[in-house]
Design a protein around this ligand. Sequence first.
Ligand code: FAD
Length: 541
Amino acid sequence: MVETFPITTYFMLLFLFLSFLVSTLGEPKLSTNCRSSKLQNPVYQNRKLQNLDIISKLRDDHDAIKLASSDYGNMVHEIPASILYPTSINDIETLIKFAHNNSAPFTIAARGQGHSVRGQAMARNGVVVNMRSLKNHRNGFGITVSETPSMGFFYADVGGEQLWIDVLNATLEHGLAPASFTDYLYLTVGGTLSNAGISGQTFRYGPQISNVYEMDVITGEGDFVTCSPEKNRKLFYAVLGGLGQFGIIVRARIALEPAPKRVKWVRMLYNDFSAFTKDQESLISLNGRKQNNALNYLEGLLLMDKGTPENWRSTFFPLSDHSRIISLVTKYGIIYCIEVAKYYDDYTLNSVDKELQVLFEGLSFIPGFTFEKDISYIDFLNRVQSGEQKLQSQGLWDIPHPWLNLFVPKSHISDFNSIVFKDIVLKRNITTGLVLVYPMNRNKWDDRMSAVIPDEDVFYTIGFLHGSGFNDWETIDLQNKDILQSCYNAGVEVKQYLPNYKTMEDWKNHFGMKWRTFQERKAQFDPKMILSPGQRIFNNN
Ligand code: FAD
């Protein structure tokens, strides 16, 4: 499906684009009048004279630049030359082809929701593709659900620009849903598949990247390629967890399962870390996809705030229990909380409680400190949205977010508790957010994919999901650096999830055995190193 363009078109685009990039190159910072040269800009002067559709879809106005040079992290700001608002997949192909064939190729970053925290979806002096713009031009085919029970499986074909919440709502109309989610659903399919997409379902169903049958990708050479484990498999495995380095995902075929109706959502408190992890590991050992007595979701979190046991993402504990939970936190410093969910429907309504009872037998939580909620499936999956709405209304959603996400091998999780939770986080007491701790099974991941995980059968994800004041995020960031350094000093081999490194050497260490393959894939699919420069892997100066 590689489209060819007349050579004259290329030359015209080349001239217009170069003039355009030159006019904006090196712009020092965003200001309200930063686009004041627009009338002199040859692109706009010539717009009516030429017939190149893509030019009319490039924006360099203040609002477009402001959006493309910021993200959820609100710590990194890179100004692009322009932003493409595509109305078709062809627009993206044209742009990438043009950049690739240019004697001075410019960089291109797909931007989903911009919910990265370190500028990963930005492109300094390059072009940002606002993927969400595609959503309005799919003619009703942004999310299509295929029900072919005779084939034994269900799937949805979804645009890379679609939000997971929209995928969920569309599939629920058919009584189906993806099996693996992120905690927060207002993220794009392309954005999470470029990382992994993890949550409490991962221990059983794998990350979101393990739940994809096929994709359409536009490579760094501008080629439209359909890939799957059977067809163009090298590209398929490269792109999943590939940090946007090999192509822009414009369609993904996502595995679906019959959707349940309701959820038993339970939290249990621990004051002993080894009891907490032992129970988590025991609960995730029951993990067959078809093993109906297994849990559907398991996470864990730290309670350290002596003011409230709740966090920004969800309110869970009954108000009447707050004071006794706070007393526990005051007494022990850190309380560990296991959070699990078991889905049910009309058929399992009468057995779900019994199944949970069996699963909880022999667990070592503090007696009297289990809490249960019964909510609808959609409310459970969308549980973070109310937290977002609250923060938005308080003007606290756009604060800096110096997040740090790590994967820690099971063999080091106890060291991690002493070195990091107790000796750094608890002692410094500057945590202003949520800390997640939960295990996953390596066999639910596919090592052929680009995503990097520790080399142990069970490993933990640790999420320091901090928020900060506008001027003090560096203090938290310093703590993040100390956490990484302390792990390194103690020989605790951690891998970053949503990784952020500054040097090629660090990236090499991150990828370890996979580095060579990663480099080879880059040379094959994006030889001019055009795509996702904000990851700073191949464009790290
Ligand atoms: P962007 O930030 O827009 O892009 C991320 C990267 O992917 C960039 O390099 C970009 O160039 C590239 N990219 C974007 N779209 C495409 C595409 N179509 N094709 C190829 N490359 C593309 N992650 C989890 O795994 N689990 C969670 O539970 C979770 N919860 C979160 C909660 C919140 C509130 C936030 C802010 C983030 C959370 N994340 C979570 C992290 C999130 O998955 C990543 O930040 C993800 O990249 C965000 O998706 P996005 O659509 O905003 O991507």
